[in-house]
Design a protein around this ligand. Structure first.
Ligand code: SF4
Length: 230
């Protein structure tokens, strides 16, 4: 018997297909794209940068900031480490909170200059998560996004959309804590990176298309199983 958490995935995947997350810049290009290929170390760093830039803003704005960094040949650990914070701030302006985010990028590049991405990611998930959370500017959602999309390890990312969709469907309370919902979802699914990667991306897609602040339920593929349906 398939549980509701699995059904949600099956319905969304059937409807929207693979989302090919996380978007990164391919060699010779300046814009990140959804290509679904394995990420090299430069792209793994780009994903880390993306997880910081996407805090409190939309991906469209992040794309502009990443384009600016690419266009100035600054999207690498060494380059961000060497470049003045003011310059980074100016380039990432489209992503908002540019002073705070540029500081976070500087801290991260210093960190990853001393401890390589390979070394960092070689740890088990729990240790890696603990270490990421100890870095200034990295909270649970950012840490899990880095673990899932950059380190390619199976952790489930909870964001505003996940809480909104799961609570509207009737699977959790609106005020549920991050780790509680994460635990609930992961125990109801096979623990694979591929599934967790797709699932989160599909929830984001649903939130953008239908499950908005004011939900548009008529065409929503989950309307048959949703308690909140309007
Ligand atoms: S039916 Fe409405 S409330 Fe439920 S998941 Fe879809 S858009 Fe959201």
């Amino acid at each position: 018997m398939v549980n509701t958490t699995q059904r949600i995935y099956n319905i969304l995947h059937e409807k929207y297909d693979s989302q090919k997350w996380w978007p990164t810049t391919l060699t010779g290009d300046l814009h990140p794209t959804y290509h679904g290929k394995k990420h090299n170390e430069t792209q793994q760093f780009e994903i880390i940068v993306g997880t910081i830039l996407t805090q409190n803003t939309s991906w469209k704005n992040v794309e502009k900031a990443i384009f600016n960094l690419n266009n100035n040949k600054l999207l690498s650990i060494e380059k961000i480490k060497k470049t003045k914070q003011e310059k980074i701030a100016e380039l990432i302006k489209p992503a908002g909170y540019f002073n705070q985010k540029s500081e976070r990028l500087k801290i991260l590049s210093e960190y990853l200059y001393k401890k390589t991405i390979k070394e960092l990611f070689s740890q088990p998930i729990n240790k890696l998560r603990e270490e990421l959370l100890s870095i200034k500017g990295i909270g649970p959602e950012t840490a899990d996004s880095i673990i899932l999309y950059s380190a390619n390890k199976a952790t489930f990312v909870i964001d505003t959309y996940t809480k909104r969709i799961f609570s509207r469907i009737g699977l959790c309370k609106k005020e549920i804590k991050y780790e509680e919902l994460q635990q609930q979802i992961t125990t109801e699914l096979p623990r694979t990176t591929k599934l967790f990667n797709e699932y989160h991306a599909l929830l984001v897609e649903l939130a953008k298309r239908h499950c908005k602040t004011k939900p548009e339920c008529n065409e929503c593929p989950l309307s048959t199983i949703c308690k909140k349906k309007i």
